[in-house]
Design a protein around this ligand. Structure first.
Ligand code: ADP
Length: 196
């Protein structure tokens, strides 16, 4: 089962993805985490990604598609994956469809986490004090929000046009309650959770 967890920066995708992936017993595949690991390693990809990430811009589609293509072909993802932070552009969504199609798979459900912009700003600026992520500065965050609106929000329209199941979940509240809303919404969408 392929689940895409979709939402603006600061919406809690990372936190919720880990919890929901555990519930569904599929690997949590987060392009932001994978890129931060490349940056930490100082690899060629990390060196290319770092200045883009720290200013709230996207890493080029071809690099991301190659990275994710390798990841979802690993054995642990044979039964599916929960994708966090990918696809973030319509070309990435189309590339994902092509990769999955080659394995007779598809995106089963898109979970869209809804959080308004003022709450996003509050959360990210609070997190900045604790985690010190390079892109949690006010300037980088405003750019991430703009990037989201221009490049990422259209991905939801793409899936709508393809007839993919989309569930909208209120992303404000207690962490456990939001996880429950997501897992209930996935179950109610009729997506089959693999038995293991
Ligand atoms: P957030 O959703 O809070 O912005 P992520 O950890 O998902 O955080 O992503 C951090 C940064 O990594 C993004 O701003 C972008 O620069 C880069 N990134 C992550 N995923 C992708 C992707 N699918 N395509 C392009 N760039 C990406």
């Amino acid at each position: 089962m392929i689940v895409v967890l979709f939402g603006p920066p600061g919406s809690g995708k990372g936190t919720q993805s880990i919890r929901v992936a555990r519930h569904l017993r599929v690997p949590h595949v987060a392009t932001g985490d994978m890129l931060r690991a490349e940056v930490a390693r100082g690899s060629a990809l990390g060196r290319e990604a770092e200045p883009l990430m720290s200013t709230g811009r996207l890493v080029p589609d071809d690099l991301i598609v190659r990275m994710i293509g390798a990841r979802i072909n690993e054995p642990d993802a044979a039964g599916g994956a929960l994708l966090d932070g990918f696809p973030r552009t319509v070309p990435q969504a189309k590339a994902l469809d092509a990769m999955l199609g080659a394995r007779s798979l598809r995106v089963d459900v898109v979970v869209s986490l809804r959080v308004d912009d003022d709450e996003l700003r509050r959360r990210v600026l609070d997190r900045a004090k604790i985690e010190g992520r390079a892109d949690d500065t006010p300037e980088a965050f405003e750019q991430r929000l703009r990037t989201y609106g221009v490049e990422t929000a259209p991905v939801l329209d793409y899936y709508r046009g393809m007839g993919t199941r989309i569930v909208e979940v209120d992303g404000v509240g207690e962490i456990e309650n939001i996880t429950r809303r997501i897992t209930v919404a996935i179950a109610a969408s009729g997506t089959v959770v693999p038995a293991k």
